[in-house]
Design a binder for this molecule. Structure first.
Ligand SMILES: Nc1nc2c(ncn2[C@@H]2O[C@H](COP(=O)(O)OP(=O)(O)O)[C@@H](O)[C@H]2O)c(=O)[nH]1
Ligand SMILES: [Mg+2]
Length: 235
């Protein structure tokens, strides 16, 4: 996929403040400092788009960016930052949970895990929460440049083993580095695939045989329910 434009849309403190749900959204989530903003910038191909911070827990807002004028990248606040107030540390915050559960145009979550570390309980817990709440996600192991490959591979294998009991088929997982750009095309490929699926669905909906209200506009129901993307993903 070629990124021709990437622009900041808005920062929202919670779900209610998020903009209209007209475009598919792909959200980055993970522990503070896991590399969400850095990877978002790499994906968008624009270095200064999301703020990269050496201080964990810096981003408290839902930051939304429009890509190619037809989809969005969302930089969510990180979880697990222990130095803040108890309320928004340890567990990911309420506004993130609301966004993940209630955003109908959320197409996919990129759940970021640091590949240089062995499985962390808070990440395991978060992935369990995503699974229980049926939030569509793929795993992205970040900073693969930071540790030797055998160590990265062992950490990923250990993580996948820890969560394997929850699935008949384990979630798709990718390895990335914001430093080298490794994995960028893989993630953009996932986005591409989902956008294609959404497009195909929209086309298929258009081809449904004439409804009574196509013949007689008076017969149209007063209110049609807004539908969120319902994807049949290969993972
Ligand atoms: N070595 C390495 N460092 C990274 C990578 N991605 C991010 N970082 C560093 O990790 C820190 C946190 O990055 P940031 O993107 O702000 O993380 P966020 O809190 O999850 O948004 C920064 O100092 C980044 O420079 C990576 O792929 N490799
Ligand atoms: Mg950030």
């Amino acid at each position: 996929m070629h990124i021709s434009s990437a622009t900041f849309l808005c920062s929202a403190p919670n779900l209610e403040a998020c903009p209209d749900e007209s475009l598919p959204e792909f959200a980055f989530i993970g522990r503070s400092n896991v590399g969400k903003s850095s990877l978002l910038n790499v994906l968008a191909g624009e270095q200064g788009l999301a703020r990269v911070s050496p201080t964990p827990g810096f981003t408290k807002l839902i930051n939304i960016f429009t890509i190619n004028q037809c989809w969005r990248l969302v930089d969510l606040p990180g979880y697990g930052f222990a130095a803040g107030s108890r309320k928004d540390s340890n567990r990911f915050n309420r506004s993130v949970a609301q966004y993940l559960k209630g955003r109908t145009n959320l197409s996919l979550v990129f759940a970021l895990i640091e590949s240089a570390l062995p499985p962390q309980p808070i990440d395991i817990e978060f992935i369990e929460w995503l699974t229980l709440n049926e939030v569509p996600f793929v795993l992205v192991f970040t900073k693969m440049d930071k540790a030797p490959k055998p160590q990265v591979d062992a950490n990923i294998a250990a993580f996948m083993e820890r969560i394997s009991q929850w699935y008949a088929q384990p979630p798709a997982h990718f390895q990335c580095s914001a430093q080298t750009g490794a994995g960028r095309q893989d993630l953009l490929g996932v986005v591409d695939e989902i956008l294609d699926a959404i497009h195909a669905q929209t086309e298929a909906a258009r081809e449904i045989p004439a409804a009574p209200w196509d013949v007689n506009p008076q017969a149209r129901p007063a209110k049609t329910r807004k539908r969120g993307p319902d994807l049949h993903r290969p993972w």
